[in-house]
Ligand binder design. Structure first.
Ligand code: BDR
Ligand code: CA
Length: 326
């Protein structure tokens, strides 16, 4: 066990960790997928389930296929899921990710096909077919697919080992509104279902990801690897970083979603607190806020390991080493 959390750590397990990546690519989602696919010794990617988020579902699904082809992993199952949040109109983020969601590199149109099954059905069927506590879900976008699967088939809950998700914020507060982080804001009702599910949850919030910045030096290291994958990652970052540089004056792009995969691979790069996290779904002003009891000022029962810090140099060393495998 990690001293700071309640879940078994990959490093101690003999078996590979089975994961499903639920995602809305997104340049940073793309890097997360590439990191996971480069880590076959530790991770068994059962499938990639796509959701509407950064851009509409049609594009997030095509982008996921493009990434699998870029990684030369046509064997990976890619499925399309929910195209709208549970109760709201979709909010997208082309202002960050560009018109396609994956602006930057020029990647060929994929020839690989989506699986015919819906992503939610895939989540349910896969979890039902696996032993209890054996599959880790890695949501990197709005939680619509995961919440729909839980609502439709609550019997899958015991099958989930853990949900490690990118979303929310405490100290950094919000990036899409003054109070909310994008993934949670897009579908707060879905987030509420997930955070109330009783499944062990690890949250990778903006507080962590805003410290995982691709500086010029770090991006030069990716580019210098010279492979098609590494150059595409550098080009994605070149595009993606302009938003954060202009808006926050930061040194480079935050690699939000790869932090989730890095946490699975090397949890000691991160620290956090096991606390209560509730999702605001009523207030217009603070909709989608992750009300994290970081200072433990309430008696509310802890329901999530909320990460707060990252060893950024260690994270980039890991990412660069894994990208070098392509
Ligand atoms: C999250 O929102 C998206 O723009 C990124 O892909 C990431 O998952 C950061 O708030
Ligand atoms: Ca994402």
């Amino acid at each position: 066990m990690c001293q700071k959390c309640t879940v078994p750590q990959t490093g101690n397990l003999m078996q590979k960790r089975k994961i499903i990546i639920d995602t809305d690519p997104g340049q940073d989602d793309a890097v997360a997928i590439l990191l996971a696919l480069a880590s076959g010794e530790e991770l068994d990617v059962l499938g990639i389930t796509c959701v509407a988020g950064n851009v509409p579902l049609r594009l997030t699904s095509v982008n996921a296929l493009k990434i699998c082809e870029l990684a030369n992993r046509r064997d990976i199952k890619v499925l399309a899921g929910c195209d709208t949040p549970l109760k709201r109109h979709l909010v997208t983020a082309e202002h960050v990710h560009g018109k396609t969601g994956l602006d930057g590199p020029t990647l060929p149109e994929p020839t690989m096909q989506l699986q015919p099954q819906n992503a939610v059905d895939f989540l349910i069927d896969t979890l039902r077919s696996e032993p209890a506590g054996s599959v880790t879900l890695c949501p990197l976008g709005p939680l619509t697919n995961i919440a729909t699967a839980i609502e439709r088939a609550p019997d899958i809950l015991p099958k989930i080992a853990e949900i490690v998700l990118m979303g929310g914020a405490y100290f950094e507060v919000g990036n899409i509104t003054p109070a909310a982080e994008f993934n949670i804001y897009v579908d707060p009702e879905a987030a509420k279902i997930v955070f109330s599910s009783g499944v062990p949850i690890t949250v990778v919030p903006l507080d962590v990801t805003h410290k995982a910045l691709v500086t010029k030096e770090r991006n030069d290291k990716f580019r210098a690897l010279g492979s098609a994958v590494a150059i595409a990652v550098a080009e994605m970052t070149d595009f993606f970083e302009r938003f954060d540089k202009e808006k926050y004056g930061s040194e480079g792009a935050p690699l939000h979603d790869p932090c989730v995969i890095a946490y699975l691979l090397e949890p000691t790069l991160f620290t956090g607190r096991f606390i209560n996290v509730e999702i605001e779904t009523a207030s217009e002003l603070t909709l989608g806020m992750t009300v994290a009891d970081w200072w433990r000022v309430t008696e509310r029962t802890p329901n999530a390991m909320f990460l707060g810090d990252i060893d950024a140099d260690g994270f980039f060393a890991l990412l660069t080493e894994r990208l070098a495998r392509y």
